[in-house]
Design a protein. Structure first.
Length: 94
C-alpha cells in the first residue's frame, strides 16, 4: 500500500476472493479486512479460479497489479494451485 494511502481509508479496505464457475461457500464470500501494514488473510478458499475484488478502495486509488506466489497475473483472476503448500497473494494499489 503506498505511503500516501490515507490512514482513514485503510479501515474500509477489504479483500474478497470470489469463486468463478461454482457456488461459493458462505465463508468464502465474506470480505476480510486489511491491517495497518496492508496485510490480509483469507481463511479458506477452494482451489480453482477466483476473482480478487477490493472493496472500499476510493478514487484516485486503484488496483494496479496482482501477483500470486511470486508470479504477476495479467488481471484479477487467480487460479489457486491445489498442490501449493502456501498461497501468497500480493495486491499493489496505486
Amino acid at each position: 500500500m503506498p505511503e500516501s494511502f490515507p490512514q482513514d481509508q485503510r479501515a474500509d479496505l477489504k479483500v474478497l476472493l470470489w469463486p468463478i464457475g461454482r457456488m461459493p461457500f458462505f465463508d468464502e464470500v465474506t470480505p476480510v479486512s486489511v491491517d495497518e501494514r496492508g496485510n490480509f488473510t483469507v481463511p479458506t478458499s477452494q482451489p480453482g479460479e477466483n476473482e480478487i475484488r477490493l472493496q472500499g478502495l476510493k478514487q484516485p486509488y486503484y488496483l494496479k497489479q496482482v501477483s500470486y506466489n511470486g508470479s504477476q497475473l495479467p488481471g484479477t483472476i487467480v487460479t489457486l494451485d491445489p498442490y501449493a503448500p502456501n498461497h501468497h497473494i500480493e495486491i499493489t494499489v496505486s
